[in-house]
Design a protein around this ligand. Structure first.
Ligand SMILES: [Zn+2]
Length: 397
């Protein structure tokens, strides 16, 4: 199977649906926590499950440099390596190449860059980015794109968009030729695979294939039975006409879902919203729509109500590590002296394990003392708050 997307209800422009991936269902609209280096910093996988996380994001750039794609592939792919049986989405690595590495050189072929870790030289183009993402084995992978910088003049925005379109075509071609090489197609042991097998047995496709094939064809049919989904990315800077053209031509290439990229790159927030609204008008209703790298709790709620199905952002996890916590009463900085004697919960309206158990006074103390547990607890609460925000939106649609 590849990705299935069903829309269950709609209200205004917002919609509630379900993404069916080879590693379980994902209720949408969904917020995807960022697990940069095969970990959501500070939070064990069992706690993520308890919070109700159904899909995580992994960063190809980081995993490509360390521990390396081949290593993860040999260990059975990202799900098995990090012991995460639910869905995963990986980005293409393009965004981090542009934001983290120095001395990069962009050509038609791709991007030559130096690692931010040790200065070593590497190359990522559409083929390498898709090959890497097939090796990692996420359920949803992304076409290689160029994130247009802000501000960009009209000529530069068009040239960048045209390059992204050519790279989208190459990403798609490489994916079609190699999608059978995903690690969960040929390796079976582990708890993760056991669940996959059960799922395959339930599907109609399995029994049909089984009848028409001999036992020796087992592995090849498993590859066919489950493949990754590939999403295209809309670019075009802050220009409505370019965004429309980028959407139309990306749809022409044909993808399982469509992402809006190149936003939240320093432009004013009202401009982000305008571009999202106008781009959405040109995306097919029946396919999932993913807004990359956005935003605050108010923003993710707003975008979900505009019809965005998927979002990711480092904000809740990064802010948590700096003691900035989102609550139903607004954002607070736990380091402030006013919390030193405060016996109340962090957020009286939050049912998370942190708010049920610890006082603001304790959270402030461990943060001030620079204890590792402060980062862990702060992150758990912020993620819980983001996930609850999306849950509330889903219930209201
Ligand atoms: Zn909480």
């Amino acid at each position: 199977m590849t990705l299935q997307f069903e829309i269950a209800a709609a209200k205004g422009r917002g919609r509630r649906g379900c993404l069916k991936t080879p590693h379980g269902s994902v209720e949408t609209p969904v917020f995807m926590p960022v697990g940069t280096q095969a970990t959501v910093k500070g939070v064990p996988q069992d706690v993520l499950e308890e919070l109700g996380v159904e899909i995580l994001l992994g960063n190809t750039y980081h995993l490509f440099l360390r521990p390396g794609i081949e290593q993860v592939r040999k260990l059975g792919g990202l799900h098995r390596f990090m012991s995460w049986p639910r869905a995963i989405l990986t980005d293409s690595g393009g965004f981090q190449v542009f934001s983290l590495s120095d001395l990069r050189k962009v050509t038609e072929e791709g991007v030559m860059f130096r690692s931010h870790l040790d200065g070593s030289s590497h190359f990522l183009g559409p083929e390498q980015a898709i090959e890497a993402q097939i090796g990692l084995g996420a359920d949803i992978i992304m076409a290689f794109d160029e994130c247009t910088e802000y501000p960009a003049d009209p000529l530069r925005a068009r040239a960048s968009m045209e390059m992204t379109l050519r790279w989208a075509g190459r990403s798609r071609r490489y994916f079609e030729e190699h999608k059978g090489e995903v690690p969960w197609g040929s390796r079976q042991p582990s708890a993760v695979s056991h669940q996959e097998n059960t799922r395959s047995l339930d599907s109609a496709g399995f029994s049909l294939s089984l009848k028409s094939r001999s036992a020796g064809d087992d592995i090849s049919f498993k590859k066919e039975a489950k493949t990754q989904a590939l999403f295209g990315i809309i670019q075009g800077g802050m220009d409505h006409a370019l965004r429309k053209e980028s959407a139309e031509r990306t749809i022409e290439i044909g993808f399982d879902g469509y992402a809006i990229g190149g936003l939240s790159v320093g432009e004013p927030r009202n401009l982000t919203r305008e571009i999202v609204e106008s781009t959405l008008e040109h995306l097919p209703k029946e396919k999932p729509r993913y807004l990359m790298g956005v935003g605050t709790p108010e923003e993710i709620e707003g975008y979900a109500r505009l019809g965005i199905d998927m979002m990711d952002c480092v904000l809740p996890t990064r802010a948590a590590r700096h003691g900035l916590l989102y609550t139903s009463e607004g954002k607070i900085s736990i380091k402030q002296a006013r919390f030193a004697g405060d016996e109340g919960p962090l957020d009286p309206n939050c049912p998370c394990r942190v708010c049920r158990r610890y006082s603001r006074a304790y959270l402030r103390h461990i943060y001030a003392a620079n204890e590792v547990l402060a980062q862990v607890l702060n992150t758990i609460h912020n993620l819980s708050f983001y996930l609850d925000t999306m849950r509330r939106v889903r219930h209201s649609i």
